[in-house]
Design a binder for this molecule. Structure first.
Ligand SMILES: [Zn+2]
Ligand SMILES: [Zn+2]
Ligand SMILES: [Zn+2]
Length: 297
């Protein structure tokens, strides 16, 4: 038995990853030429005290993410998860689900958790229903604000909290991962701070973090600012920009928790290691999530 629950960040991009299909921008071209510049869509791996493995989000980079996760834990054999939980139905967060089926891993009764509404919706998908009928998945609907343990002795709980985010067909959750020593909020997608703060009955971001009693937060950093997408209507894909989050947070104070941005669009200058924007985040005391980041809970 280990003394800590180990949480590993397995991807830092938004749903599409980097490079993005069909994109000829400089950053995507560079990632095609240099594999070290590739970013996987966001996903987390959690190793429980009992040695069990729990995956958050199933992206289309699942094969690489399971393999990197095991390497980061000093193991050679690719991890096979004991459970899967996903925050919402946007494709990037569930795209790899078919990998658990007959042509690939042929899992047996893999528990898959999300809200009841999300699970119901997924079960209407023929491809998913066929996998459930084949016995690959055990879909489990979870209520908001009801912490659950994916295995009895894993040493942590997952709590889904309701987050306003488009929700065309289901719910969106943020996840509080609560271990024995530390707790982390995972909030990859939301529409606006205004709505999220109203929903969580908080005056500001600090009050929100305080209410849910966490030591660290990994939050939506999809866009740097509102001028990033010249050919798309950004109001149709709302996310609070990092600029806005920084404006709300201001400088990190000594009693503040650790905050890192994740879920970057390919247009976000924060993707570049030496960008001024990244320096600005760091000079204010906040962080930028890196694939392979580990938190002991
Ligand atoms: Zn997303
Ligand atoms: Zn691009
Ligand atoms: Zn989304």
């Amino acid at each position: 038995m280990s003394h800590f629950v180990t949480l590993t960040l397995l991807g830092t991009a938004q749903d599409a990853g980097l490079p993005q299909a069909g994109c000829g921008c400089e950053r995507c071209a560079l990632a095609h030429a240099d594999s070290s510049k590739i970013r996987f869509p966001v996903s987390l791996g959690i190793r429980g005290l009992d040695g069990s493995n729990h995956l958050i989000e199933v992206t289309r980079r699942l094969p690489s993410q399971l393999s990197e996760w095991s390497l980061s834990l000093g193991e050679k054999v690719s991890i096979i998860p004991d459970s899967v939980t996903f925050t919402h139905l946007h494709l990037g967060h569930i795209e790899g689900i078919g990998q658990f089926g007959k042509p690939v891993m042929a899992m047996k009764d893999l528990p898959i958790y999300s809200t009841r509404k999300n699970i119901d919706y997924l079960e209407k998908r023929i491809d998913f229903k066929l996998m459930v009928d084949d016995g690959n998945f055990n879909p489990i609907g979870i209520e908001f604000n009801q912490p659950f343990k994916p295995t009895e002795e894993c040493g942590f709980t997952l709590e889904l909290i309701e987050i306003p985010h488009r929700n065309e067909c289901g719910d969106t959750a943020g996840i509080i991962i609560r271990g024995i020593h530390n707790s982390l909020l995972y909030l990859p997608d939301h529409d606006t701070w205004g709505e999220t703060l109203i929903k969580t009955n908080s005056k500001n971001i600090r009050e929100f973090f305080e209410k849910i009693q966490i030591n660290e937060a990994w939050i939506d950093g999809t866009f740097w600012n509102g001028e990033e997408l010249s050919n798309r209507d950004m109001s149709k894909i709302p996310h609070p920009t990092i600029e806005e989050s920084l404006m709300r947070l201001q400088k990190k104070e000594s009693n503040d928790i650790k905050v890192k941005f994740i879920h970057f669009n390919h247009t976000n200058p924060v993707c570049d290691e030496r960008s001024e924007e990244r320096k600005q985040i760091e000079s204010m005391g906040w962080g930028v999530g890196q694939r392979g980041d580990v938190v002991k809970l």
